[in-house]
Design a protein around this ligand. Structure first.
Ligand code: WT7
Length: 632
């Protein structure tokens, strides 16, 4: 495809070696293949102490010129976007690169007409409809910073994110389809905006044709606005280090943080990692099932594929509607060649009838990808055997919202593949394992905390509005290193296996939550005095949410209270953060200094109370017996 796609293991080794010995030369050669309005003056400036990381300083560009305009001559009539609706009976939508370019320009003009300008923050709260992809690119076109909020988050969660970034505009839809359900999205926006003073305009895209409340002077319909705007919109010139987007993610403390990515480095790494990991070829039909509301949707549904001139498929629905065969039906319908999904979806489908897979041909598939959480061996083998027919390499891609792109992964057909192993770092990525003192563990066949010792182009630059938080979260645990928050093993051959989070972050169906964030939500319930949340192994979700709750007064019927607590979490965060189990307890295992011993709670939640370790520092050891006896 491109001259920097490694096609053999030797080429990988060569690229890796150069990327470590001469990172600036390596990345500037790659960056040279993009369209810049002005070339950069300095390839890299960095230190991990502040942190201060700048790639391609002085370079001027617009990422949408690289996603769209530069393809018009050679790929104008090639399909850029295929959209498959929730209901298989509804007609799909297809846009060529020329058509998508025009749609993005029109949407950009609608934004401008409504007062948006470079540097403004725009919140996008939209379902998986083509206008979501178009809206994201339209923001980038005019230099507005997009902050996409997954449409499953609650009004409270949306309001927090809007206020944190001081967004001036919200882009949304009347409602959304999800399997058999229809959800009134605009109503959630209205509720959120009751506490968001910064928002001046709301642009509403019609999806369901529902009558919605339109606030005079604030809300406009996209279909009205688009009537009067031009189909041309010159792209705003951006500095390489200008912000491209903010995406909120959970950390181990309190409120979500706004991860900031910038234009130049993110662009270079999105395309580089996309073309390499999936071994993308011009004729591929590529499908990433992630929602654009998450980083996977940003980098590998939208930016990475479009930068590469690929045909990218976007799906509005869910894997189980109208039946468990939906993914495979869509693969056959469009001849999908590269398929990228999450272990949780695989495990959900594994639980169903095998004929739901076997009745489709799946002949077009060449490469399968997995992302978001560790893929257990059983799921890996099911995916490899029944979906990939043992013909398609499975790439287990490890990365994070903060890394912007895939960091450790098999390169399909090029580097080694091993079940449940992300395997080797991509060129340009320098992982190390450290012990709890931060000393590097250099041997193989070891386990440690996963860190990075050198910056890559799409590394997080800051957390929006609070640079110190970025420093504390990622660059202060181990001096001079970026700390991922994950524990990992490196096998005898140097292949990495990610074990999971070592901080108070849990990963539920590939979605990240801080235990503190869920506790805070639970504590909002008037009956709750205190709570402690831990993750536990869950067959489909990877991790489930287990909450231990102390009540003010114990009502007769616990089940009402449980339902009420769940309701509180749904209201504060969203349905995706619902606790799976709520155990009512009279106390929590605390040390004399008042710290909750989460280790004990994790053991109880896992159902493994045979060896709770040292409990001698507990204030009240008796409470442990009670908790063990009441375990769910
Ligand atoms: C956390 C990041 C960017 C991907 C979507 C999730 C876990 C992610 C894997 C994998 C094992 C994985 C890690 C990481 N994770 N991919 N292939 N194997 N664990 O992004 O919400 O920022 O979460 O997801 O624990 O730290 P995210």
């Amino acid at each position: 495809m491109t001259n920097y796609q490694v096609k053999t293991y030797e080429e990988y080794e060569e690229a890796y070696k150069r990327s470590v010995e001469d990172p600036e030369g390596f990345w500037s050669d790659i960056a040279d293949t993009f369209t810049w309005r002005k070339k950069w003056d300095k390839t890299l400036e960095w230190n991990f102490d502040e942190p201060n990381i700048k790639w391609f300083q002085g370079g001027k560009l617009n990422i949408t010129e690289n996603c769209l305009d530069r393809h018009l001559k050679t790929r104008g009539n090639k399909l850029a976007l295929i959209w498959e609706p929730n209901d298989p009976k509804e007609r799909f939508v297809r846009y060529t690169y020329r058509e998508l370019h025009e749609k993005v320009c029109q949407f950009a003009n609608v934004l401008k007409k409504n007062g948006a300008k470079k540097g403004d923050r725009i919140c996008i709260y939209m379902p998986m409809i083509p206008e979501l992809a178009i809206a994201v690119l339209a923001c980038a076109r005019i230099g507005a910073i997009h902050s996409v909020v997954f449409a499953g988050f609650s009004a409270v969660a949306m309001a927090d994110r809007i206020n944190d970034a001081q967004c001036s505009m919200v882009l949304t839809s009347d409602g959304l389809n999800r399997g058999t359900k229809q959800i009134p999205v605009k109503r959630v926006v209205d509720e959120a905006l009751e506490s968001c003073a910064s928002v001046e305009k709301v642009i509403v895209v019609e999806r369901l044709g529902w009558a919605v409340n339109m606030v005079e002077g604030r809300d406009v319909w996209f279909h009205d606005e688009v009537q009067t705007v031009s189909k041309e919109c010159p792209a705003e010139e951006m500095d390489a280090e200008d912000m491209l987007f903010i995406l909120y993610t959970s950390g181990s403390t309190g409120k979500p943080k706004g991860v900031v990515h910038t234009c130049g480095g993110y662009m270079v790494y999105a395309q580089y990692s996309f073309t390499n990991v999936f071994q993308y070829q011009e004729s591929d039909v590529y499908w990433c099932t992630a929602d654009i509301g998450w980083i996977t949707g940003h980098t590998y549904l939208l930016y990475g594929p479009l930068l590469s001139g690929a045909t990218t498929l976007m799906f509005e629905g869910v894997p189980t509607y109208p039946d468990n065969g939906r993914f495979w039906q869509v693969v056959d319908k469009f001849g999908v060649t590269i398929f990228y999904t999450a272990p949780t979806a695989i495990r959900a489908l594994m639980a169903g009838d095998i004929d739901d897979v076997l009745s489709y041909s799946l002949d077009s598939l060449k490469v399968l990808g997995s992302v978001g959480e560790p893929i257990n061996e059983e799921a890996w083998h099911w995916y490899h055997t029944h979906v990939g027919k043992e013909r398609c390499p499975v790439v287990d891609t490890w990365w994070q919202t903060e890394t912007g792109g895939i960091m450790i992964s098999t390169i399909a057909g090029v580097t080694p593949m091993k079940p449940s192993h992300a395997a080797l770092p991509l060129p340009g990525i320098q992982p190390i394992l450290v012990d709890s003192e931060g000393n590097e563990i250099t041997e193989n066949g070891v386990e440690g905390y996963l860190c990075m010792k050198f910056p890559w182009p799409s590394i997080i630059r800051t957390t929006y509005g609070d640079h110190e938080r970025a420093r504390l979260s990622y660059f202060s645990t181990y001096k001079g290193l970026y700390f991922t928050g994950d524990g990992a093993k490196r096998d005898e051959n140097g292949l990495y296996r990610i074990i999971g989070r070592v901080d108070d972050v849990i990963n539920v169906s590939g979605h990240r939550f801080g235990t503190a964030e869920i506790e805070e939500a639970i504590n909002h319930n008037e009956h709750v005095v205190e709570s402690a949340v831990v993750g536990y192994p869950h067959d489909v979700k990877g991790q489930g949410i287990y909450a231990f709750v102390i009540l003010r007064d114990r009502p007769e019927r616990d089940e009402y209270l449980r339902a009420e607590i769940i309701e509180t979490v749904v209201e504060k965060i969203g349905k995706i953060a619902k606790p799976d189990k709520i155990q009512i307890v009279s106390g929590l295992p605390k040390t004399r200094s008042g710290k909750i011993m989460r280790r004990i709670l994790r053991k109880v939640a896992e159902g493994d109370t045979s060896n709770l370790g040292d409990t001698s520092t507990l204030l009240d050891p008796e409470v442990v017996e009670e908790i063990k006896a009441g375990a769910l």
